[in-house]
Design a protein around this ligand. Structure first.
Ligand code: ADP
Ligand code: ADP
Length: 226
């Protein structure tokens, strides 16, 4: 059962100097509860594909569906994590994590409980009352992941979430993300240029061609999870 489906999805950017074909005909689906990574050369269209999934861009032609419904704009139940955590600096870690729950009208006590559970899940016990400025880059990305998970997303979309971290932190965050994912097993589409990272984290890897990109290969990673 697919949660996210692309069907002959194409996207052409229009700029002052002409057009840029980013995607030409992407057909692929993220099975429910699977962790799928997208790899490919820089500039091939990975972010574009993710932005379509998140409803930030509309395909020029073809279709993109979430749980069978055409994606038309961002949804509260689609969570996105980018290279920069973009946390609100004046809010505590807890209130950053609870941000989406406020918008959803969840009462304060429940927001707090849910936020604290997620803060523990991402390994930030004891940091709920700190502010983003007190945290390292890796810790801020953990907060961004907790914030994304707070809304219990239909799909979690991640665009190079560890791209700004040093290599050692990046590897540690990969291990951390696997642990988190094994506890919640939500559907994930994850963009990375790091092939070992993609293989370590994923059930399936989509290899994109040079721009204009299509999916050149779909690789199922058949390593049993612990
Ligand atoms: P990737 O994530 O694989 O690096 P992107 O999806 O960011 O690739 O970009 C795909 C192509 O589309 C690139 O050539 C990029 O320069 C171009 N592109 C991305 N965003 C825009 C935009 N807003 N306007 C015009 N061209 C863009
Ligand atoms: P990525 O890290 O995904 O490769 P880039 O660094 O290529 O992203 O692009 C960063 C931002 O600039 C994105 O918002 C993208 O949409 C935009 N962008 C990229 N290429 C172009 C372009 N040729 N014209 C306009 N905007 C662009």
């Amino acid at each position: 059962e697919a949660v996210l489906e692309f069907e002959d999805t194409a996207l052409t950017y229009r700029t002052a100097s002409g057009t840029i074909e980013a995607l030409v005909g992407v057909t692929a689906a993220v099975p429910k509860g699977c962790f799928v990574s997208v790899i490919g050369p820089s500039g091939c269209g990975k972010s574009t594909l993710l932005d379509i999934a998140g409803g930030l861009l509309a395909p020029t032609s073809g279709s993109a569906r979430l749980n069978g419904e055409e994606i038309r704009g961002p949804r509260r139940t689609t969570a996105m994590v980018f290279q920069e955590a973009a946390l609100l600096p004046w809010r505590t870690v807890r209130d950053n994590v609870a941000f989406g729950l406020e918008a959803a009208g969840v009462p304060k006590k429940q927001r707090r409980e849910r936020a604290d559970a997620l803060i523990n899940l991402v390994g930030l016990d004891g940091f709920a009352d700190k502010h983003p400025g007190d945290l390292s880059g890796g810790m801020r990305q953990r907060v961004a992941i907790a914030r994304a998970l707070a809304v219990d997303p239909e799909i979690l979309l991640m665009d190079e979430p560890f791209g700004a971290l040093d290599q050692q932190t990046r590897m540690m965050m990969g291990t951390e993300l696997t642990k988190i994912w094994e506890r919640i097993r939500c559907s994930v589409l994850f963009v990375t240029h790091d092939i070992p990272e993609a293989i370590a984290l994923s059930d399936e890897v989509w290899v994109m061609s040079q721009r204009p990109a299509r999916i050149k290969e779909r690789v199922v990673i058949d390593i049993p999870r612990p």
